[in-house]
Design a protein around this ligand. Sequence first.
Ligand SMILES: CNc1nc2cc3nc(NC)[nH]c3cc2c(=O)[nH]1
Ligand SMILES: [Zn+2]
Length: 371
Amino acid sequence: EVSITKFPADERKIIAKAHDKYKKARAGIINTRHGQIHTPAFMPVGTKGTVKAMLPESVQTTGADIILGNTYHLMLQPGAKRVFKLGGLHKFMNWSKPLLTDSGGFQVMSLSKLRKITEEGVIFNSHIDGSKFMLSPESSTEIQYLLGSTITMAFDECTPYPSTYEQAKSSMELTSRWAKRSRKAFYSRDGYGQFGIIQGSIYNDLRLKSALDLIELDFEGYAIGGLAVGEGQELMFKVLDYAPDLLPINKPRYLMGVGKPADIIGAVQRGIDMFDCVIPTRSGRNGQAFTKYGVVNIRNSKYKEDNTPLEEDCLCPACKNYTKAYLHYLVKVKEILGAMLMTWHNLMYFQKLMLRIREYIAQGKDFDFIS
Ligand SMILES: CNc1nc2cc3nc(NC)[nH]c3cc2c(=O)[nH]1
Ligand SMILES: [Zn+2]
């Protein structure tokens, strides 16, 4: 068990009874001010203060212990100060469990128009109305404080893929300078934590330097950034074959933006504890359901008279009360209930996957099952 507090090193009781082939897989519990996080954990993405098409209490029934909020979107609308005045993001969105907020950098680069990266931070124009904003280690950390985030992410630069060694080196060094400023700006409170994000692209010496720079700052946890950016699973696993081992064994390790079930299984086997990905929610809204039989594209006409559930033993509302024919119809006619039921099922599927992984690790069993 690790607590997101200033935990002394001796609190390292990670349940690591993993199968010897997966000696790096570990199951544990992160204790926070807003409750426990059972790891390996999957965090549904709640970009704009809502997990799209889901009520927070429905997200809770899927078994999620923690959800992710995006700083970039929330700072533009409704604004961090307004959320703070209204009691913080937990109250605003009626989610009382842990919240992890990202630090905004990644989304600025992918969403905003016109942006300028300086040593100070990133200056950008809102993709909504073009107004000018600046995100820096200090402002990002303050915004996340105003949102009331349980786990705050350091402000980093996600090194694009591919990058030359020189490009990756200077980008990683910027991230290290920004991590130091982020750590200094963090208001440390018991039960809250801040995670550093290591970069270094696919270069192991840069990954090591990034880890050493960030370990010095004694973060409560560490994320591996700069992956799931187009490098492909093989190259991602090649980095994950060594990068998690550079990080403190008694602190949570979070792989940002990952991923499909097979990616999650492979990353857990390499020592990763936390994940976030839009796949279950976004693909659910697009009519893709994850099932033990593989991905079902419910819009396919072969389902239009299929009177069976997505999964006969799934306890989600979509499977308990409806058929593939009904889901096919709802998604075809773009009924809101279609997005709701498909999302609910996918989130339940991902949480069931994590539960099975945690159980297999705790029993020291092999969990190479194809999800
Ligand atoms: C907030 N900082 C930050 N976010 C990220 C989000 C990501 N999401 C993906 N794939 C969907 N890769 C990512 C990398 C980073 C990264 O390196 N840094
Ligand atoms: Zn289901």
